[in-house]
Design a protein around this ligand. Sequence first.
Ligand SMILES: Nc1ncnc2c1ncn2[C@@H]1O[C@H](COP(=O)(O)OP(=O)(O)O)[C@@H](O)[C@H]1O
Ligand SMILES: [Mg+2]
Length: 347
Amino acid sequence: MRALLALREEHRQRREQLGKANIALEQAETSGRLVIEARHASYAWQDKPLIRDFSTRIMRGDRVGLIGPNGSGKTTLLNLLLGRLRPDTGEVRLGTKLEVAYFDQLRDQLDLERTVLDNVAGGREHIEINGQRRHVIGYLGDFLFTAQRVRSPVKSLSGGERNRLLLARLFSQPANLLVMDEPTNDLDLETLELLEELLLEYTGTLLLVSHDRTFLDNVVTSCLVFEGDGCIREYVGGYSDWLRQRPAASEPAPAVKPKPAVPPAPKSSKPAASGKLSYNERRELERLPARIEELEQRQRELHAATADPTFYKQEATIVTQRLEELRILEAELETAYGRWEELEARE
Ligand SMILES: Nc1ncnc2c1ncn2[C@@H]1O[C@H](COP(=O)(O)OP(=O)(O)O)[C@@H](O)[C@H]1O
Ligand SMILES: [Mg+2]
């Protein structure tokens, strides 16, 4: 019981700290009005058409969500839109004065041997955020790193801390086109809400891949949906708007399972807390299935990678990193399941 109370207190304090956090995403000079234009772009991977005759115009300030099952081609589309890949046919044109910040799905941008501080500021004491000079320790404090923690090497951080660090890094870069590929994977609720606030304040252009329905609903203004067989359609609004608008006849495979298969909670166990769910708990509960789905997907990928005979032939640091990530994922999944059962029991 004591432990539970301590946890709650910690949770409350963290929320307070986050409420006070005054983080503004560094915004670069505005880009040209037309940010990206695709005309009849098609792209196939090993004869499988991922993107078929896709046209769109993304204008400055658009906030676009990408929705689709795993493996449908969302990351590939991002690469095409950023000019990192060329379409097989058709064309993609990028606007002027674009400064892109990319939150990478693979998360291999962190230098594990170096400290939190070095990973963000590279030895500098001050960084510029929104035209203002800020002490880097203060800036990292906004992302819940204590002055002591910022001197720890990244390899000693938990999965959640690493994610906060990636966000801190991303938001310290000037950008007028922000690209996030499944950023909500293993973010805890506080960090997710912090990210949501940051994105709502952000006035640049946003491309966002996510399976998190609430997150998309809150953040994006239109969606590109992979409807199968390389067909991508554009819808105005968030995820829920897409669910309402999509034609019933051509239902795509759902991007998010309604609920993951969770072992039923043992009937004898009392819920950890009783009573109706609070607003925040309800939101947390809504998000949990998508989060579990994402964790499981990443877990499957890592399992597959580690099962590959060539896995242990890679550099030792990569092997250690992947195994560590898997371990952290498993712990996080365990926690997410526990929380899901607990909240579900009280609903
Ligand atoms: N460079 C590549 N190497 C291996 N597979 C690729 C590559 N590019 C695309 N693919 C394949 O194309 C499909 C779409 O991949 P991706 O764009 O990553 O999907 P998503 O981001 O929607 O999960 C997958 O089946 C993937 O294996
Ligand atoms: Mg992807």
